[in-house]
Structure formats: C-alpha cells, structure tokens
Write a protein that binds this ligand. Structure first.
Ligand code: NDP
Length: 240
C-alpha cells in the first residue's frame, strides 16, 4: 500500500519539489497551502497532486485538514512541515504583529500539524515527520529575530519530539536549508542576494529539488534509525 504524505506549503517553492518528489517515489500526496488558489490550481493541474487549503496557524483547521486528507487518501504516514513565511525587519522596526505572524506560522504551525497526526502515527507504529528549519535558525541573520527564533525553535522541537516517537516507530528529523532559489529568496533585494551568494562556497543558490531528495531519504521506511537529527543543506555556507 502506498504511504500517505502531507506537505504543508506544498504547492510552491521547496514544498512543490517535495510534493512532486514524494509522488514520483510512489507516495499518495496531499499538498496543503494557505491562500494562493491560483498557484495551487496550476500546481494541481500540472502534477495531478491533490491540494488542500488550510492555515497551519489555526489549530482547528489543522485537525480538520488532516481528517479530510485521511478520509480521501488514507491515514497519514508522513508529515513534512514546510510552510513558512518571512516578515523581515530590524529589531528597531519590528512590531509585535511581524513577530507573532512568523512565530505562529513557522513554529506554531509545526506544533498544530504534528499534534494532528501524532496519535495516529503512534497507534499504527509508523510515522515520519520532517520539519523544515533554516540556516538562519542555526546561525542567526540580521533583520530576522522573528524568523531565526522560530526556525531555531523547530530544531529544539524536533529533538524533543523525536524522543517521544523513538520507541514507537515514529521518527522526527529536521532539514536546515541554506539559500534556495524560490519566491521567498526572490523577495531579498538583489544587492543583498549578491552578497549572500558570494558567501556560499558552492558558488550558487540551492535548488528546491536538492531539499526534496533529502526529505525522501529521511522519510523512507528504511530510515527508522535516523531520528532527532538535523541535516544541513547549504552549499557549505554554515558548517554546523
Ligand atoms: P515559498 O514562499 O516559496 O512558499 C511558501 C509555501 O508555504 C506556500 O505554499 C504557501 O502557501 C505556504 N504557506 C505560507 N503560510 C502558510 C500557512 N499559514 N498555512 C499553510 N501554508 C502556508 O517558500 P519556500 O519554498 O522558499 O520555503 C519553504 C520552507 O523552507 C519555509 O519554511 C522556509 O522558511 C524554508 N526555508 C527556505 C529557504 C529559502 O532559501 N527559500 C531557506 C531556508 C529555509 P500559499 O501559496 O497559499 O501562499
């Protein structure tokens, strides 16, 4: 039986590559998104992957979303917590709203989604959770106290939850991407991006597919001994 996977923020960027990679590997995939219906529709038509709209910040929507996926595709074996946003500003300029939005989406969303799948995974004795962190959660980044705090939180969350799932066949790991060529990075001003690329030893931005293949590695049935780990994929920019 094909395993069922949910990818949050699975219709664009890194999430799109993960959704497609999982589908090509034989998984039944549900790609979640927040509100960009046009991109989600184009993605669904192009890939044939089912799309589901809900806000990962909302606890109840996550419970209902997971129940809907389970009813349509089957019980969820794999959760990839990929949805994330940035609201960059220096501390002097950052308001409480920019802080809350990033923490609620990038960290609160990870809790909400893990909570919605966790009991089922434990009961069935199998589960794979992969959380997408960031190089900026490991190293910090100017103008990103909100994002760095949320992503750093993901790394702690991963190590703690991994301990709860370990004896039950449920693994929890994180990936910390460096700078990957997606809409999120296109939002960085070109002069800043140029300086960032100059600091990447590999000499270029990463590709979304290069993150997707690591997800496939971690969620494989054979991956039962890999848990609580963070895989850094950043072209050598930060050796953690
Ligand atoms: P994109 O901005 O390209 O895509 C973000 C995706 O997340 C979209 O599908 C979006 O949905 C979805 N999303 C955002 N908020 C919510 C929400 N509240 N509920 C459900 N879905 C939501 O991002 P990237 O592909 O660049 O990034 C993916 C992940 O990788 C993020 O967690 C990011 O922090 C992380 N990352 C990215 C790096 C990079 O260089 N790009 C580097 C390190 C980490 P919609 O289309 O509806 O808006």
């Amino acid at each position: 039986m094909a395993r069922v996977a949910i990818v949050t923020g699975g219709t664009r960027g890194i999430g799109e590559a993960i959704s497609v990679g999982l589908k090509n590997a034989g998984y039944k995939v549900a790609a979640n998104y927040a509100g960009n219906d046009e991109r989600a529709k184009g993605f669904a038509e192009r890939t044939g992957i089912a799309v589901f709209r809900w806000d990962v910040c909302d606890y109840d929507q996550c419970q209902q979303g997971v129940a809907k996926v389970a009813a349509e595709l089957g019980p969820v074996d794999v959760l990839v917590n990929n949805a994330g946003i940035t609201r960059d500003a220096t501390m002097r300029k950052m308001g409480r709203k920019g802080w809350d939005e990033v923490i609620d989406t990038n960290l609160g969303g990870v809790f909400n989604m893990a909570k919605a799948v966790w009991d089922g995974m434990l009961e069935r004795g199998f589960g794979r959770v992969v959380n997408i962190g960031s190089i900026n959660g490991q190293a910090g980044q100017y103008g990103q106290v909100n994002y760095a705090a949320a992503k750093s939180g993901i790394h702690g969350f991963t190590k703690a939850l991994a301990q709860e799932g370990a004896s039950k066949g449920v693994t929890v790991n994180a990936i910390a991407p460096g700078y990957i060529d997606t809409d999120m990075v296109s939002a960085v001003p070109p002069n800043v991006l140029e300086k960032i690329v100059a600091r990447i030893p590999v000499g270029r931005l990463g590709k979304a597919d290069e993150i997707a293949r690591a997800v496939l590695f971690l969620v494989a049935d054979e991956g039962g001994f890999i848990t609580g780990s963070t895989l850094s994929i950043n072209g050598g920019q930060h050796m953690y």
